[in-house]
Design a protein around this ligand. Structure first.
Ligand code: NAD
Length: 328
């Protein structure tokens, strides 16, 4: 177990999940938090001047040794990633994130890090199990035989295995979560890396703020997903990191909705109805995906439980404030 005075390093802390994790650690009273990201600090979603903030490119091996100097616990949330629109068109960039996790693992091993958390993804799951929108929720064993999302998913699966072998061969205590679609405030909602919940909010808010009363949906809208609110992601991540469980595990909501239902929710929050069009050529990912939470309930006695409607309300309000604040 880590003490509140132990040094915790959040890699990718300028990003969406990392930024929330840093904020949460501060709230809990951790006194030594180091936040590391490649982006200039002005682009970090959340930034706290009272903690140690480092701008480093963690693909570089020596940067990883600088980042992890003295670390007790490391959360690796750094990756070159985004929603389907990004990962389907940037497979090479996604796979280069293998350098980040590999070099961080080497530094953690050599510098005596006590706990190493790695953020994997539901994109590791075999595509053949995700062809039907009426999905059977994905259990952890469904990652094999391997047929993950091309590019991004292969990198995640490989990095999961690196964590396993660093634990087996070098005794580094690694923990691996397979996140299923995380959403919430202080994340990307435009620019090409955004994911479905934020993109849906942005499109509906644009109409609400005076744009055309149109809503373009990627795919036929029947594809299904589950979405996890950021607070659940933070809770599961920290519980898993403190636990004795060593295998990759789902951290995701099991509340399954179609993309059309997600659009219904956002329209209802906004109090508006839009004309929908369906872009069948846009990247849309697998037809159906849900998280089977049997294992997490056994291991942690808990599962992500924020209702989608509640989490989307908070997300919508934050994106609304960003867009209304700059007048678009
Ligand atoms: P994000 O893009 O908001 O944050 C990732 C951060 O990593 C960014 O701030 C980026 O600048 C940083 N980064 C990229 N390359 C780097 C490098 N070379 N050196 C240092 N920093 C670098 O993404 P997120 O949503 O916060 O995701 C965090 C982690 O969780 C990622 O590993 C992602 O693959 C994983 N994940 C996220 C989701 C989700 O729905 N958000 C789902 C599954 C898995």
């Amino acid at each position: 177990m880590s003490l509140k005075s132990d040094l915790v390093v959040v890699c990718g802390g300028g990003g969406f999940i990392g930024g929330h994790l840093v904020a949460d650690l501060r709230r809990q009273g951790f006194t030594r938090v180091r936040c590391v990201d490649a982006k200039p600090q002005t682009q970090w979603y959340q930034r706290f001047p009272d903690i140690e903030n480092l701008v480093l490119d963690l693909e570089d091996k020596s940067a990883c040794y600088t980042a992890l100097q003295g670390a007790h616990t490391v959360y690796n949330l750094a990756a070159d990633m985004g929603g389907m629109g990004f990962i389907e068109l940037n497979k090479g960039l996604c796979m280069l994130s293998v350098l980040i996790n590999t070099h961080l693992l080497m530094a953690a091993r050599d510098l005596g890090t006590q706990r190493f958390f790695y953020a994997s993804s539901a994109c590791v799951y075999n595509a053949d199990k995700q062809r039907d929108p009426n999905v059977t929720a994905l259990k952890e064993e469904d990652a094999y035989p391997a047929l993950p999302e091309d590019g991004y998913g292969w990198e995640k699966l490989f990095s999961e295995r690196m964590c396993r072998h660093f634990r087996e061969d070098f005794g580094l205590l690694t923990r691996v979560a397979r996140y299923h679609n995380v959403y919430g405030p202080f994340g990307t909602f435009e620019g090409g890396r955004e994911k479905a919940p934020a993109a849906m909010c942005r499109k509906v808010i644009a109409a609400k703020l005076g744009g055309p009363k149109e809503l373009e949906i990627w795919g036929d809208g029947h594809q299904t997903r589950s979405f996890m609110y950021i607070d659940d992601c933070l809770k599961g991540t920290q519980m898993l990191t403190a636990s004795d469980f060593v295998e990759p595990i789902n951290i995701g909501s099991s509340e399954l909705v179609s993309i059309n239902q997600l659009a219904d929710i956002v329209e209802e929050i906004a109090g508006i109805k839009l004309n929908r069009s369906y872009n069948l050529k846009a990247p849309k990912g697998v037809n159906g995906r849900n998280s089977d939470n049997t294992l997490i309930k056994q291991v942690l006695g808990w599962e992500p439980d924020t209702r989608l409607r509640d989490g989307m309300e908070k997300t919508y309000r934050w994106i609304y404030d960003q867009m209304a604040g700059r007048g678009s």
